[in-house]
Design a binder for this molecule. Structure first.
Ligand SMILES: Cc1ncc(COP(=O)(O)O)c(C=O)c1O
Length: 393
């Protein structure tokens, strides 16, 4: 008989450095509980608009089920070129400067792997989306953390970036509008960052997946600033703006050199993004503006509602100007983020994500997605008010 073995010895050492997701832990706690209201998931509560689903169904009926070009369907890349030219005057060549990916998640992974050599430092701005740190570690890079603060409404200042830059710094990962803080950056603020990036000869991976969910002012793509196009790869996708999370479609736009290298990884690990989703994305870009704007107006209403609600119940909340997350301060309750979120779930059956899941700078905060119905948000706020009142007694 052949001897059994411990399979964990086959797991690569680098996996030990990957922290467990602070969000996933909460989903595990929720499973099996009834009457739970979730402000936990970063996912639209809308279904993908019908005209987009219809095009996907139609393409399946026609038997459009084969691989596409590694770069993605040419019609989709053409449509993206037109869209970004129309929106911002950006000029990306559809043949060489756009890659269609399986969500921003894949685009992030392959962008980091394209840019990072072992030992390179990559600046991550926290509180941050949970995938940045693992992506850098898995690529052999060293994450260097820069924190944003509620006094600056969580926007990034060039001053706070400066001390983190060393001669090993290769790139910065930026994400505005931001998950989890809802912060956006003005053109002037981005210009300061761009100056610093150029002075230090850095590259930027700019995750702009919440671009269309900008409620105040106009989104400014980093690549639209002078001298930044060739220093930036913009990651973006259809999950949030068009409520297409499960269709898994994203894209990257950047210089031919970066996009070609990303495509080299993509062709071996993914081959191409799912064709049905690509067909849906073409429809979204061609005819999805009205529906998308309707959803954004609805998020905006909920945004005002939830921020007013938090401030009323004594959880100070700055105004998130983008994405669909409120990030109230709970530090004055005497509980840590994790204690607050765990007890809130246990005692009031409301799911919110503790801010420290997004890095140490998130300690003292709670991430609440307002991509839930107004009714659920109202109920969650009532329960949170009870909870906070209970803490005072
Ligand atoms: C900032 C950010 N980037 C990327 C993603 C992943 O997006 P996708 O569904 O396109 O993979 C998310 C999802 O929550 C996100 O919040």
């Amino acid at each position: 008989m052949r001897p059994s073995c411990d399979p964990s010895k086959f797991v690569a050492d680098v996996m030990k450095e990957i922290p467990p997701s602070g969000i996933r832990r909460f989903f595990d706690l929720v499973s099996g509980l009834e009457d739970v209201i979730s402000l936990g998931v970063g996912e639209p509560d809308f279904i993908t608009p019908w005209h987009i689903r219809e095009m996907c169904i139609h393409s399946l009926e026609k038997g459009q089920t084969s691989y596409t070009s590694n770069y993605g369907l040419p019609e989709l890349r053409d449509e993206l070129t037109r869209t970004y030219y129309r929106r911002y005057g950006l000029d990306y060549n559809p043949s060489s400067e756009i890659l269609i990916t399986t969500g921003v998640s894949e685009a992030l992974d392959i962008a980091v792997r394209t840019v990072v050599n072992p030992g390179d430092e990559v600046i991550i701005v926290q509180p941050s989306y949970v995938a940045y740190m693992p992506s850098v570690i898995l690529a052999g890079g060293k994450p260097v953390i820069v924190s944003t603060h509620r006094d600056d409404e969580f926007s990034l200042t060039a001053e706070s970036l400066k001390p983190a830059i060393t001669d090993k710094t290769k790139a910065i990962i930026l994400n505005f509008p931001n998950n989890p803080t809802g912060a956006i950056m003005s053109k002037e603020e981005l210009e300061d960052i761009a100056d610093l990036v150029v002075e230090n000869d850095l590259f930027v991976i700019s995750d702009e997946v919440y671009e269309c969910l900008t409620y105040e002012g106009k989104h400014v793509p980093l690549s639209s600033l002078e001298g930044m196009k060739e220093r930036t790869v913009m990651l973006n996708g259809f999950s949030k703006a068009y409520a297409m999370t499960g269709l898994r479609l994203g894209f990257a736009m950047g210089s031919p050199e970066i996009i070609h290298s990303m495509m080299m990884i993509h062709q071996y690990c993914m081959m191409c993004a799912p064709v049905t989703a690509q067909v849906g994305a073409i429809e979204a870009l061609r005819h999805g503006k009205d529906e998308m704007e309707r959803m954004v107006r609805e998020y905006d209403r909920r945004r005002h509602f939830i921020v007013r609600g938090f401030n009323r119940i004594g959880l100070e909340c700055c105004n998130p100007k983008g994405a669909f997350y409120a990030f109230p301060y709970i530090g004055n309750t005497g509980l840590s983020s994790s204690e607050f979120a765990e007890r809130l779930l246990d005692e009031k059956k409301v799911v919110a994500i503790p801010g420290d899941a997004f890095g140490e700078a998130g300690e003292g905060f709670l991430r609440c997605a307002y991509a839930a119905s107004t009714n659920d948000i109202r109920k969650a706020l009532d329960r949170m008010e009870d909870f906070v009142d209970g803490l005072k007694q």
